[in-house]
Ligand binder design. Structure first.
Ligand SMILES: Cc1cc2nc3c(=O)[nH]c(=O)nc-3n(C[C@H](O)[C@H](O)[C@H](O)COP(=O)(O)O)c2cc1C
Length: 230
């Protein structure tokens, strides 16, 4: 039995919510550039061996292209014969919603954004000038988070996850978060950037900060240019 801290879904079998719900994507939209063409490492076997969690970030600013690359190869909705994501999804329920906290990215204001997987764009939720104190409290003093260029948060739409099998909703979202997380780490590594998975945080505070109460945060990744200690 999985014991998690986010709210349980309803037990009634329901209708599958839209993956791209226009009500979820409001506010100013910023299109992301195409992903990086000349990547640092593209050999799958090398990437797999190199993947590790990096908590030391330099002050080198992240570019929008680098952010684009990581989001594209983690959760972009590819429009081919049939639309598909880089990750599998139980009952094709696609329950994850990606949030991005921008801390040090060129030409993007500091703030919270929602990633639109089809448009490959960011929707501004709110701006901030300094979030250091909030981040320290949210991440229970894990101070490396403050040096990251951005945080990618995976919010869970439990209604979507459990639309067919409600009692499986929690298990499904947690497993799917793992799939996306691996993509994030490999995509970051392919750019020689450091990333760290984070699951220790205060649930109420993080959902207030990201405004993700309706899709509670399940997993967060800090990303930045590799620091000297890494
Ligand atoms: C589910 C999960 C939660 C994690 N949460 C945190 C965290 O809150 N803070 C942190 O610094 N690292 C966290 N990590 C990273 C682990 O500490 C790291 O993966 C482990 O030490 C192995 O190191 P490696 O990823 O470099 O191979 C987490 C990893 C996983 C899989």
């Amino acid at each position: 039995m999985i014991q998690s801290t986010f709210p349980l879904t309803a037990e009634e079998k329901g209708k599958q919510p839209d993956f791209i719900d226009p009500d979820f994507y409001k506010g100013r939209e910023s299109k992301l550039p195409p992903p990086v063409q000349k990547i640092y490492e593209s050999d799958f076997t090398v990437l797999t061996r190199k993947r590790k969690s990096g908590r030391a970030y330099s002050k080198v600013i992240m570019t929008r292209k680098q952010l684009s690359h990581i989001l594209y190869y983690s959760y972009h909705l590819f429009q081919e014969q049939r639309s598909h994501l880089p990750v599998p999804s139980a009952c094709n329920s696609r329950p994850l919603r990606l949030y991005v906290c921008i801390l040090n990215v060129l030409d993007l204001e500091k703030g919270i954004y929602r990633y639109h997987p089809k448009n490959h764009s960011l929707f501004l939720v709110k701006r901030f000038t300094d979030a250091q104190e909030e981040l320290k409290a949210i991440f229970l003093g894990q101070s490396f988070v403050l040096q990251a260029s951005c945080l990618i948060g995976l919010g869970a739409n439990l209604e979507a996850a459990g639309y067919r099998y409600p009692s499986e909703a929690e298990k499904f979202v947690l497993l799917e978060a793992g799939h996306v997380g691996q993509q994030i780490q490999l995509a970051a590594e392919s750019l020689n950037m450091a990333s760290c998975p984070i699951a220790r945080y205060e649930q109420r505070l993080i959902d207030d900060f990201f405004e993700s109460q309706a899709t509670p945060m399940t997993y967060v990744f800090s990303i930045g240019s590799r620091g000297s200690l890494d």
